[in-house]
Design a protein around this ligand. Structure first.
Ligand code: NAP
Length: 292
C-alpha cells in the first residue's frame, strides 16, 4: 500500500510555482495577485481563507482579503465583486462559500469575471470542462488529478466509482475521470444519496473517490482488494488527544481500509493540501493569461 502524500507533492508544486513567480518578476512582470472575499465571520471559512493567504505568501503571490458584513445586502457583495473584476492588479478572485442564506450563490458566482474565476465555479468554466475546452478546473478535482499523475496511477479502462455529486467535487471529478486521455479514460459511476446498493458499487471500484462529508462512512468491507482510494471528506470531530480539542476525519475508515488498497490518501495530508496548491496553479495561469 502506498500513501498518496498530498503534503509532499503540494510542497514540490509550491516550489515550482515560486520559481515561476521569480521568473515573472525578473522579467519585469507583475506579481500574481489573488483576492478572497469573505462574508461574515464563520470560523471554518476564516480558517480556509487564512490557509489560502498563507499559501499565497509561500509562493510569492500578493493576496487581498475583502470582508463583507454577514447581514449586508447581496447588492453590496456584488459591488465588491465588480470592483475586484475591474481591478487590473488582481488576477484571481474567489468568494469563500457557503454564503449566508439571503445571498444567492449562483448569482454571486456568475458575477465573477470568467477570466478571474480561479475556483472554476463559473458556469462558463464548468461548461468548458464538460466539453473539453481549456478553462479553470475546480481546485479539489484538479488537485486529485495532479496526485494521480504524480504517482502515475493507471486510469485507462478502470472502473472509477465516485461517492457524492456536488458541483465542486463529485460532478467535475466524474467529467475528468471519463474524459479522453490521461488521467481519464475511466468508466465512471457517480453515486449519491439515492443510489441503490451503494456498497456493491463501491466493491466494484478500481478507483474509489469519496466526497460525501460523512465521517468514516467507507469501511473495509466496501473496498476491493488493491483498489485506489481517494478520500476528500473532512469532518471535525471532538478529540481528547489533541490540544485543539478536535481532530479531522475523512469519509473513509482509514485504519481498516488502508491495508486493502494499492494507494490511499490520508486525512489530513492527502487531498486538502492538493486543493490549495491547485488554487495557486489556477491563479498563476490567470496571471500569465494562459487560458483567457
Ligand atoms: P456536499 O455538497 O455536501 O455533497 C455531498 C454528496 O454526498 C451529495 O451528492 C450527497 O448526495 C452525497 N451523500 C451524502 N450522504 C450520502 C449517503 N449516505 N449515501 C450516498 N451519498 C451521500 O459535499 P462536498 O462539498 O462535495 O464535500 C464533500 C466532503 O468533502 C465534505 O466533507 C467537505 O468538507 C469535503 N471537502 C474537502 C475538500 C478538500 O480540499 N479536502 C474540498 C471540498 C470538500 P445527494 O446529492 O443525493 O444529496
Amino acid at each position: 500500500m502506498i500513501i498518496l502524500d498530498g503534503k509532499k507533492i503540494s510542497s514540490q508544486i509550491k516550489e515550482e510555482i515560486y520559481s515561476s513567480v521569480e521568473k515573472i518578476k525578473i522579467s519585469g512582470g507583475k506579481q500574481p495577485h489573488l483576492a478572497a472575499v469573505i462574508v461574515g465571520s464563520d470560523g471554518a471559512s476564516e480558517t480556509y481563507v487564512a490557509h489560502k493567504v498563507k499559501a499565497c505568501e509561500q509562493v510569492g503571490f500578493k493576496s487581498t482579503v475583502v470582508r463583507v458584513n454577514e447581514n449586508a445586502d447581496q447588492k453590496v457583495l456584488l459591488e465588491k465583486i465588480d470592483e475586484i473584476n475591474d481591478n487590473n492588479d488582481i488576477d484571481g478572485l474567489i468568494v469563500q462559500l457557503p454564503l449566508p442564506g439571503h445571498i444567492s450563490e449562483d448569482t454571486v458566482i456568475e458575477r465573477i469575471k470568467v477570466e478571474k474565476d480561479v475556483d472554476g465555479f463559473h458556469p462558463i468554466n464548468v461548461g468548458r470542462l464538460l466539453i473539453g475546452q481549456p478553462g479553470y478546473v475546480s481546485a479539489t478535482p484538479y488537485g486529485i488529478i495532479e496526485l494521480i499523475k504524480h504517482y502515475e496511477i493507471e486510469t485507462s479502462g478502470k472502473h472509477c466509482v465516485i461517492l457524492g455529486r456536488s458541483n465542486i467535487v463529485g460532478k467535475p471529478m466524474a467529467v475528468l475521470m471519463s474524459r479522453k486521455g490521461y488521467p481519464g479514460d475511466s468508466t465512471v459511476t457517480l453515486c449519491h444519496s439515492r443510489t441503490k446498493n451503494l456498497e456493491d458499487w463501491c466493491r466494484q471500484a478500481d478507483i474509489l473517490i469519496v466526497a460525501m462529508g460523512k465521517a468514516e462512512f467507507v469501511t473495509a468491507g466496501m473496498v476491493k482488494e488493491g483498489a485506489v482510494v481517494i478520500d476528500v471528506g473532512i469532518t471535525r470531530a471532538p478529540s481528547e488527544k489533541t490540544r485543539s480539542g478536535w481532530k479531522l476525519l475523512g469519509d473513509v475508515k482509514y485504519d481498516e481500509v488502508a491495508p486493502k488498497t494499492s494507494y490511499i490518501t490520508p486525512v489530513p495530508g492527502g487531498v486538502g493540501p492538493m486543493t490549495i496548491v491547485s488554487l495557486l496553479n489556477n491563479t498563476l495561469k490567470a496571471a500569465k493569461k494562459e487560458i483567457y
